[in-house]
Design a protein around this ligand. Structure first.
Ligand code: FMN
Length: 449
């Protein structure tokens, strides 16, 4: 990242926020993960909870804000109309349901947030409101819900539906959240009386029907879950379209963004924080976390060698398959040497800022697919712990805030290295907290020191 390695003298005043990206599967953002020698050596089974409990404890030791699961509900045949490339390359497939893991992880930790993606496109808000309020109770206010709308045709087909156009998709999402919020508020804070002597468990005057009748949903309410510590989970978001940004600006406590170049991240950051101010929200109540993939070595040369080793473990077919799935567009239909930025297919306007090299040069289809298979186009920060801390500091200086979503090249191993080698370096520079303050996920996301 040439542009982000320029050191500036003034340090950001705010401390960074850090989160750990996870998938309940054999690969996260890196398709090399399942083949990586370090993953194999560690010997954990990705389909068992022990791996995730271990990761949660490590991330809590590193004082991360949260562990965060992506979630997709399909095995894609987008590339070339066949599931072969997805299955051969484990392109975030298989992907087990991450929600049950949140309870396992919360059981072995005390402070770190436990967050997961859950799509609003194929579910009813009553089910979601009940699920997330229950998780918020079980985790004592540490639950975080990444609210996504789904764009992939394979996923829609699994639920017997067609892909929804963006307008409808987000209109439905807004109403979904409106119903969830009404349900979370359907129990007053003091509704549970627990008066054993007079046989009153809850005061019926303090539990309310919601009587929602909208364009997409009906729900009578009330929720049959008492008010949870955060009154519903913390809300995370990752929409990129103008409608997605609108949604995030209204609801999100944190946004996960992918902007490989600091210059694009800065524009995105300013736009989102500006939109928040426009609707009267304090922009500091929502943290923007930029994805990055650290590759740490004892020396610069060793780190570069590790990067080569990692990147060469990703077959181009895997990159083509996962990029096609994420775009919901079959890339086998266009020449591999075509420039992504010059294509006019509407699906290829999505993720546009990921189609350029760090120096701004446009990438071909094959180059973009290779990067996507290695890290879903997250920037790779490569070097010694000091040099990676420099790169993180420079990126945040250039952008203006708030922090990073860390993505591993192998698991476990990479996360431990980050926590043991880079976190202390960030703390030494005054760029990262040295203890948790606050109890709930929302409080930790807004912790300033
Ligand atoms: C960084 C990032 C992470 C995302 N993770 C997921 C995910 O785990 N599951 C999912 O279904 N969609 C995921 N998405 C998709 C978006 O949340 C969003 O629903 C999708 O891009 C369509 O919205 P848009 O039209 O606003 O782009 C992610 C998007 C971004 C940018």
């Amino acid at each position: 990242m040439a542009e982000s390695t320029k050191k500036t003298k003034s340090k950001p005043k705010q401390k960074m926020h850090l989160a750990q990206f996870l998938v309940h599967g054999p690969t996260y953002h890196s398709l090399a993960m399942w083949r990586h020698p370090e993953t194999a050596k560690a010997g954990y089974d990705w389909s068992r909870p022990e791996l995730y409990q271990h990761i949660a404890k490590v991330c809590e030791r590193g004082l991360f804000d949260t562990v965060f699961f992506a979630d997709l509900n399909y095995i894609a045949d987008t590339f070339g109309g066949s599931m072969g490339p997805a299955l051969r390359n484990a392109t975030q497939a298989p992907e087990h349901d991450p929600i049950p893991l949140l309870s396992f992880m919360a059981a072995v930790t005390k402070r770190i947030g436990v967050a997961s993606t859950f799509s609003v496109s194929h579910s009813h808000p009553f089910y979601a409101a009940r699920l997330w309020a229950s998780l918020d109770h079980l985790t004592e206010g540490r639950a975080g819900w990444n609210v996504v709308t789904s764009i992939n045709s394979n996923q829609a087909a699994n639920y017997g539906e067609e892909r929804q156009p963006p307008g409808t998709r987000y209109d439905r999402a807004h109403e979904f959240m409106e119903v969830c919020q009404k349900l979370w508020h359907s129990w007053d804070e003091d509704a549970v009386v627990m008066d054993r002597e007079n046989a009153i468990f809850a005061d019926p005057d303090k539990v309310h029907r919601i009587e929602h009748e909208g364009r997409f949903f009906k729900s009578r309410g009330p929720l049959n879950v008492i008010r949870s510590p955060q009154n519903g989970p913390a809300i995370l978001q990752a929409g990129t379209s103008p409608q997605g940004q609108d949604f995030a600006v209204k609801y999100a406590d944190a946004i996960f963004a992918i902007q490989p170049r600091a210059v694009d991240a800065a524009a995105y950051f300013a736009s989102i924080k500006g939109q928040m101010a426009d609707i009267g929200r304090d922009p500091d109540t929502c943290k923007i976390l930029f994805g990055m993939q650290p590759i740490i070595g004892a020396s610069e040369a060793e780190a570069l060698e590790k990067q080569d080793e990692h990147n060469s473990l990703v077959p181009l077919e895997g990159g083509m398959a996962i990029l096609s799935a994420h775009l919901d567009f079959d890339l086998s239909k266009i020449p591999p040497d075509a420039l992504m930025t010059e294509r006019q297919e509407p699906e290829l306007f999505r993720m546009r800022t990921r189609f350029r090299k760090p120096d701004g040069t446009p990438m071909t289809v094959a180059e973009t697919a290779a990067r996507h298979g290695q890290s879903v186009s997250l920037p790779q920060f490569v070097g010694t712990p000091t040099s990676i801390a420099d790169q993180m500091e420079a990126y945040i200086d250039a952008v203006g805030g708030d922090g990073f979503m860390i993505s591993a090249t192998h698991s476990p191993g990479a996360i431990e290295d980050f926590v043991d080698l880079i976190v202390p370096e960030l703390q030494k520079r005054g760029l990262f907290r040295t203890n948790y303050k606050g109890k709930t996920q929302r409080e930790i996301l807004t912790q300033k020191d």
